[in-house]
Design a protein around this ligand. Structure first.
Ligand code: DC
Length: 227
């Protein structure tokens, strides 16, 4: 029997990939993979081990083995572990967020994390979000989505994720600057740059409610998989 489908969701920072992917997975009874969490876990591990950032580009792939970063299936999601330590809010600190994009541009890092991600999709029934899910990690995925939103809207959402109030105009601009820098780095790197996969459906979420954007994706999945 064919395995159940894999659905990929790629897009720039703050486009709502992870929350959308989680909800799409929940409705379909699939598992959600947040691939950015793996890149964040390695950034956290390198920082915690006191390895200086200047040295990161020089590390061969095998140097990362000592960190034992792995994915544990847990209900509707995959947990990210460092040895037997479960990583959660450690992955979202400003220190990690500021350094994860340059780290993710390193070919040795991408090669090292590839197998863990593919393993997560071995049995299908997966909704995977990131930057290269549809282009590199799961090129044969049954359904591919590319999520976008205006820069200002993405900055606004990112700010609200951290704070319980609306940002001032300056705060919004600063957030937008950070996001734009990260997008430019993620889109211009030579390995697995952020781009729309061939055959992906583009969904601009700037003016969509969360419910509407989840609905558009679920409908597209149903059409493509006749589910
Ligand atoms: O989605 P996120 O903000 O957690 O991603 C963190 C960083 O990891 C982001 O700057 C780009 C990188 N990343 C990547 O290069 N490829 C992925 N599949 C997922 C994330």
């Amino acid at each position: 029997m064919e395995r159940p489908p894999i659905i990929t969701l790629d897009g720039p920072a703050g486009s709502g990939k992870s929350t959308t992917a989680r909800e799409v997975a929940r409705r379909l009874g699939f598992r959600h993979l947040d691939s950015g969490a793996l890149y964040r876990a390695l950034t956290f591990a390198l920082l915690s081990a006191g390895i200086r950032e200047e040295e990161w580009p020089l590390l061969p792939q095998e140097a990362f083995d000592r960190f034992r970063i792995w994915l544990r299936p847990s209900g509707p999601r995959f947990q990210v572990l460092l040895g037997d330590r479960l990583l959660e809010e450690e992955l979202r600190t400003p220190e990690v967020t500021a350094r994860v994009s340059p780290l993710s541009a390193l070919p040795a890092v991408r090669a090292w994390l590839l197998e863990a991600q593919r393993q997560a999709g071995r049995e299908g029934a997966l909704v995977a979000d990131g930057r290269d899910m549809g282009t590199v990690v799961f090129p044969d995925a049954e359904v591919k989505i590319f999520l976008t939103a205006d820069l200002k809207e993405r900055a606004f959402r990112r700010f609200l994720e951290r704070q319980d109030r609306r940002p001032s105009e300056e705060e919004l601009e600063e957030e937008a600057r950070n996001i734009r820098e990260r997008d430019e780095r993620d889109s211009s790197r030579s390995v697995a740059p952020l781009k729309k996969a061939e055959g992906a459906m583009e969904v601009d979420t700037s003016d969509l409610t969360f419910e509407a954007q989840v609905g558009v994706i679920i409908n597209h999945v149903k059409v493509l998989t006749r589910g």
